[in-house]
Design a binder for this molecule. Sequence first.
Ligand code: FES
Length: 76
Amino acid sequence: MATIKVRQNGPYLVDVPEDVKLIDWNGNEYVIPRRPFALCRCGASKNKPFCDKTHSEIGFQAAEAAVPGSEDKPAQ
Ligand code: FES
């Protein structure tokens, strides 16, 4: 089963047990560097759609959680 983990103030971490295609709006395929891989959520990556850790430099603060209003837990 594929798992997409929303990292606290960070990217979407995509873990899939088999090959997956990531394509743009024209159907062109991105090369997946490795698995799991991280997709940028902050919009500041210089290597979109992948996360290049710029989120930590810009102090990205995400607000959404799966359960709105739930208590935050430490990032893992
Ligand atoms: S989420 Fe990491 S660079 Fe955007």
